[in-house]
Design a protein around this ligand. Structure first.
Ligand SMILES: Nc1ncnc2c1ncn2[C@@H]1O[C@H](COP(=O)(O)OP(=O)(O)O)[C@@H](O)[C@H]1O
Ligand SMILES: [Mg+2]
Length: 434
């Protein structure tokens, strides 16, 4: 069940992160790609190219006969050193003139003009001499300047094809794509590992709580079985003597009462625990007279200590008031004092103290006796934990007392501690904020 939950978390996490990652990378690539494309387009521009010629027909300033002065709108030579050349063609695509600083064989120029003329849209690059070229076709307008200085525009049905070397640009784009894919892949692997770690961490407390809950149900049912079987057996005894009077059967009825009393105690303890551990219930703090509640709790149980002839010493600082829930201090002290009496050796001792220090109040209770074995110390606050499992339930030892005490202290935001020296003494203490 938990592995399924973990895998679900993992898949969810992965699909969200990889989706975001893919979108971000696609965006980066798209922005770069369209930037590059628009730069190529602007360099190859399709506006008409203008040639200016003097009316006399004599060549002007320039190196190639009639193309005396050429002003290109597409950037004649690429400023960044990229290769560019121009081919002038007639209306049928026949090459008329080449204007190039690039060292290419004549055949290459002819081929270039032919392929460009075949696919006039110029959306795809052509391969020439092992390099990639993009091209743009623009009509040539000839402006004849008459002797009186008035220019006349003549359309001679000629076109100029500009070729731009895009080999490096394409390579850069491919490199960018590969880097993005590699980075994406590496990031995805890292995300898988990190997600797996966090999914396991997220599941851990749920799994622990689940196991604890399951253990609680098992233990509770187990503990309830004993009083139930007592009741059952005594009912059988009553039924076997059905003609006898109730007075004569008081013995069986007495056992049944013991069974129901124990069940009532167990159910009460479980309810208290469920209530104090209920995370939804709000802690309503009110001023609590700690000293008074401690004194009351001790007084109500002094007789039990006296029965065991336990020597009792106490030092309770008076008039301490703290914020807490009504009766909470009385409950914790009763649980700890009850344990101290129960687990102290007869004619032993119990010492209690209540002190205020800075903004805290601490109650400490120690008792002589066999103490708690080292390996059991961390378990004493667990539900249903009893160091001595064979102990009868006659004294109400279900191992829930300390769990209740701890959950009350936790609710108050305090801390409860235990220390024990085997065959000497055991000390419990709790601290809460004033
Ligand atoms: N003062 C103490 N001295 C020695 N052992 C103790 C003391 N208090 C608690 N313990 C040990 O911790 C266990 C759990 O205590 P608790 O939760 O109060 O359950 P219970 O009192 O019903 O046994 C006890 O069974 C006992 O083994
Ligand atoms: Mg107890």
């Amino acid at each position: 069940m938990f592995n399924k939950l973990r895998n679900k978390l993992l898949v969810l996490n992965l699909s969200i992160t990889s989706g975001v990652l893919a979108a971000a990378f696609a965006f980066v690539y798209f922005i770069t790609y369209s930037g590059v494309q628009s730069e190529i387009r602007s360099r190859l521009g399709s506006q008409p190219e203008t040639q200016i010629r003097l009316e006399s027909g004599a060549p002007g300033v320039g190196e190639q006969g009639e193309r005396s002065v050429t002003r290109t709108t597409s950037g004649y030579a690429a400023g960044d050193g990229a290769n560019v050349f121009h081919i002038e063609v007639d209306a049928d695509g026949n090459m008329l003139n080449v204007d190039s600083l690039v060292d290419l064989p004549d055949e290459a120029y002819r081929l270039a003009a032919e392929s460009a003329w075949r696919n006039k849209d110029g959306r795809h690059a052509i391969a020439l001499n092992g390099r990639q070229w993009r091209y743009g076709i623009a009509p040539i307008q000839v402006q004849i300047v008459r002797e009186d200085g008035v220019p006349v525009v003549v359309d001679e049905n000629k076109y100029s094809i500009t070729f731009l070397d895009v080999t490096e640009t394409n390579r850069t784009l491919v490199q960018l794509l590969t880097s993005l894919l590699l980075v994406g892949f590496a990031t995805l692997i890292v995300i898988v590992i990190v997600s797996l770690y966090f999914a396991n961490r997220a599941i851990k407390p749920i799994r622990e709580a689940w196991d604890k809950q399951k253990q609680f149900v098992t233990d509770a049912s187990h503990e309830l079985k004993t009083p139930l079987s007592i009741i059952h057996a005594n009912c059988d005894a009553l039924e076997a003597n059905r003609d006898d009077t109730i007075r004569n059967q008081m013995k069986w009825l007495g056992y049944i009462r013991i069974g129901t009393d124990r069940m009532a105690k167990l159910v009460n303890d479980m309810l208290t625990l469920a209530k104090t551990e209920d995370a939804r219930s709000i802690v309503r703090k009110v001023p609590v007279h700690v000293s008074k509640e401690v004194e009351d709790a001790i007084r109500s149980m002094e007789a039990a200590a006296a029965l065991k002839r336990i020597r009792l010493t106490r030092s309770i600082e008076p008039n301490i008031v703290a914020n807490g829930e009504p009766d909470c201090i009385r409950q914790i002290v009763a649980i700890l004092f009850d344990n101290a009496i129960k687990y102290a050796d007869s004619e032993g001792w119990i010492e209690m103290s209540l002190v205020r220090k800075n903004r805290h109040v601490t109650f400490t209770i120690s008792n002589s006796g066999p103490g708690i074995a080292g390996q059991d110390v961390p378990k004493v606050f667990d539900r249903f934990f009893r160091a001595d499992r064979s102990r009868t339930h006659a004294d109400g030892s279900y191992g829930l007392g300390l769990s209740i005490a701890k959950s009350i202290v936790d609710r108050l935001g305090g801390e409860i501690r235990v220390s024990s020296i085997e065959n000497e003494f055991t000390t419990f203490s709790f601290t809460i904020e004033l």
